[in-house]
Design a protein around this ligand. Structure first.
Ligand code: ACO
Length: 334
């Protein structure tokens, strides 16, 4: 069974409620219809009911009527959500009028539905930029205990690649945190290992990547990765992790033995943690395009509830997949 089929089956076995704040968007509606038809998750659509009903009719969607629809403007619960938002953000200078205004924003309302326990996760981004999806999530949902940064992992699926025995490598951070400190990089490593295990059942072997292997180069950037490896080991003694390693030393056995003799990760890594968002984002796109790997993600990790961001160029099937992943993440959290 492919990874995505496996994820869909797991989502079906423990039905979670996913809120889609872009409920009037065409691809989102089609994906929601498929999810409801296949019973992969329960769905809340945020948007104008008349508009959603008309589109459902136009597109011939037969299962949308099973979704809960919440109109952000004509919302009887508006004051309740504004109270909640004001309580969470008043220490950051938000006033009540601002809270009342923001609960009409579907992206804010979606996170408040999660916070109040009415939804288990969120998928958005077909119409909104990453920053606009993430900001309310950071402000309202916040991070898991012991984690201070949210990051984004990609499951890179290969076909018969000699350097990828299990056909899957997990890359992070490829999506969120531009310039992590050593402590934040350590958190990203631990979060990615947990994501790999929860989503794909991978037993993590984490390589902390650099342009140096075990002191071959001396630079403050290498020192950061060495320090991050030390902190990650301290934070998660159960974790198989090593660094600093160059990419070839991490995944090519003959190079690993030569450059990092004695390492239990060199040549065997299945999780690659990049030293910065620049390197992670560039690497996953190059591997996707030049090596023909399928890139599933970004799966956002470290947040106290699963919220995932789509690319604006996404297809209906991308949205279906991300809803299934989000539901699976939610299952792992409670
Ligand atoms: N994890 C957790 N919380 C965070 C993070 C993070 N990585 N970054 C910011 N926050 C929190 C802050 O602590 C702050 O919380 P507070 O208001 O309660 O104090 C809040 O979020 C806002 O912080 P700002 O520093 O103002 O963050 P800003 O909104 O300016 O930026 C953002 C956050 C938008 C995610 C920024 O880091 C960003 O643009 N990242 C790059 C995203 C991107 O473009 N990725 C590439 C494309 S994705 C792809 O190709 C797959």
């Amino acid at each position: 069974m492919t990874l995505m089929n496996n994820i869909r089956e797991r989502a079906k076995s423990n039905l979670k409620c996913i809120v889609l704040p872009e409920g009037v968007e065409d691809r989102t509606l089609k994906a929601a219809d498929f999810i409801l038809k296949e019973k992969i998750a329960r769905i809340i659509l945020i948007g104008n009911k008349a508009e959603i009903d008309k589109k459902a009719l136009d597109f011939g969607l037969q299962f949308i009527e099973q979704a809960t629809i919440i109109d952000p403007v004509q919302n009887p619960g508006k004051e309740r959500y504004a109270d909640l938002l004001f309580e969470i953000r008043k220490s950051k200078g938000m006033n009540y009028e601002e809270a009342l205004r923001l609960v009409e924003d579907p992206l804010y309302l979606a996170t408040l539905l999660i916070k109040s326990g009415e939804a288990d996760g969120e998928v958005a981004g077909a119409m909104n930029a990453t920053g606009n999806v993430l900001r309310p999530a950071f402000q309202i949902i916040k991070t898991l205990p012991g984690i201070s940064v949210v990051s984004g992992a990609f499951f890179m699926i290969f076909k018969d690649n000699p350097y990828v025995p299990g056909n899957i490598l997990v890359f992070a951070d490829c999506a969120v945190h531009p310039d992590p400190t050593a402590a934040e990089l350590a958190e990203i490593a631990v979060s990615t290992a947990l994501t790999a295990r929860a989503i794909a059942g991978i037993e993590p072997r984490v390589a902390m990547l650099s342009f140096s292997t075990k002191g071959s180069a001396k630079h403050a950037l290498c020192d950061k990765v060495i320090e991050a490896t030390r902190i990650a080991r301290e934070k998660a003694p159960w974790l198989s992790i090593d660094g600093e390693l160059q990419a070839d030393a991490a995944i090519v056995e003959s190079v690993g033995i030569h450059k990092a003799p004695g390492s239990n990760i060199a040549g065997k890594a299945n999780i690659l943690v990049f030293p910065s968002l620049e390197t992670g984002n560039i690497a996953y796109k190059l591997v996707q395009r030049l090596a023909g790997a399928e890139a599933i993600g970004p799966v956002l990790q470290g947040m106290a509830a699963p919220i995932n961001d789509l690319s604006r160029g996404c297809s209906v099937s991308d949205i279906v997949n991300l809803i299934a992943i989000t539901a699976t993440q939610a299952s792992g959290m409670n």
